[in-house]
Design a protein around this ligand. Structure first.
Ligand SMILES: Cc1cc2nc3c(=O)[nH]c(=O)nc-3n(C[C@H](O)[C@H](O)[C@H](O)COP(=O)(O)OP(=O)(O)OC[C@H]3O[C@@H](n4cnc5c(N)ncnc54)[C@H](O)[C@@H]3O)c2cc1C
Length: 356
């Protein structure tokens, strides 16, 4: 075994047949360029503009409604693929003022000259360009009719689009932002229908390097274009220390199994490892109107897990769960299911590797 601390400036040598690339969000340019060339993607490192993601079950559907603009049936869609939140003129004016006044995060020095990806301007920058800019951009109210009162035209409409196959997470369309997290929660909860919104992820802007993994990686994290290269960590489109280490663990297990000619079953989607792997390699929805890079880095969150077949409705003493108790009990049940399924998977994986 040899341990070298050095930059891999370009693709790893051809004789390396089972490689794990885990070079993170600041992958050095020579390697990033080589991977970009191999993957055929236009962009690999760029300024991320991330829009907030909301838990579907925290959206008030007494106010919001499902409809696509002009009821247009998009690829893989039904014509009712968006959740719409309507605003009156007063609500819109107050919202624009709050966006402009909201506290923003500063650019780091090395970020200052990085362009916005695909012209993805932060929402507060658009708002500052003119009072009507958002109404003619991501908040335009045309082609949508509130089924509760079709005669009243909304002054502006916020749209949310399904973000995962399970339909548990919704992305606020065009709402990438540099507002501080506290300000985002406060301002976005003023949107009618989102007054109790729970955010799976808040918006942000930062420089990042990651693959369009649902398209480029196979279920074992190998690059379709060159399967000897396997990816791990934030490069794959997860985000955070634990998530990066988790995907690293899986990549290591897959690589070791391949080296010893063993089969390894991926962890079940009911576990955090399996849910994250599933999201990276296939669970994310790739919509054409969102552009080819709608896939964004994701932390682990309860929205990535398959819903429970029968969510708990009662406490252990038989009394009914109320309000927030239901959410807590649901999360506890999802966690318990995950631990049971993970134990089973570990036992099975150890059995296979012991037998080899
Ligand atoms: C300021 C900041 C604060 C953060 N805070 C948190 C937090 O509180 N909690 C949290 O969960 N996450 C946080 N994160 C995110 C977290 O750091 C990342 O998600 C995680 O470190 C990614 O792990 P990784 O192993 O994929 O990449 P990295 O940790 O970036 O490791 C990749 C390594 O590869 C090296 N490398 C790059 N190119 C090459 C090359 N060509 N050849 C050889 N080596 C190369 C890099 O130098 C680096 O050492 C933070 C990130 C930043 C920038």
């Amino acid at each position: 075994m040899r341990f070298c601390r050095e930059e891999i400036a370009g693709l790893p040598p051809a004789e390396w047949q089972n490689v794990v690339v885990a070079t993170g969000p600041l992958t050095s340019p020579a390697l990033a360029d080589a991977i970009r060339g191999l993957s055929g993607e236009d962009a690999l490192a760029f300024f991320d503009a991330i829009a907030p993601i909301v838990h579907r079950d925290s959206i008030n559907m007494e106010i919001a409604w499902f409809q696509s603009r002009y009821d247009k049936v998009g690829p893989g869609g039904t014509g009712a693929d968006y959740i719409n939140c309507p605003m009156t003129r007063e609500q819109y004016d107050a919202f624009v003022d709050a966006l402009i006044a909201g506290e923003k995060t500063d650019f780091k020095e090395w970020e200052e000259n990085t362009p916005y990806f695909d012209g993805c301007l932060p929402i507060e920058v658009m708002a500052a360009r003119g009072r009507e800019t958002l109404r003619h951009g991501p908040m335009k109210p045309v082609g949508l009719t509130n089924p509760r009162d079709p005669t009243v035209k909304a002054y502006a409409i916020v749209q949310l689009r399904q973000d995962n196959k399970l339909g548990t997470l919704y992305n606020m369309v065009g709402f990438q932002t540099k507002l501080k997290h506290g300000a985002q929660t406060q301002v976005f909860r003023t949107i009618p229908g989102l007054e109790n919104a729970e955010f799976a992820r808040l918006g942000g802007l930062h420089r990042n390097t990651f693959l369009n993994s649902p398209k480029l990686l196979d279920p074992q994290l190998r690059l379709h274009a060159q399967p000897r290269l396997r990816f791990a960590g934030q490069m794959t489109g997860c985000e955070g220390y634990v998530e990066s280490a988790g995907v690293g663990l899986l990549a290591g297990l897959f690589a070791a199994a391949e080296a010893t000619r063993n089969e390894i079953t991926p962890p079940p989607p009911t576990t955090a490892l399996g849910a994250l792997l599933g999201h990276i390699t296939g669970g994310h929805i790739e919509t054409i109107d969102a552009g080819p890079r709608s896939f964004q880095p994701m932390n682990i969150n309860f929205g990535l897990f398959p819903p429970l077949a029968s969510p708990p409705t009662k406490k252990p003493d038989g009394t009914r769960l109320r309000g927030n108790e239901k959410t807590v009990a649901k999360k506890q049940a999802i966690s318990a299911r995950a631990l049971t399924d993970l134990d089973r998977w570990i036992a099975e994986t150890l059995r296979v590797s012991d037998a080899a």
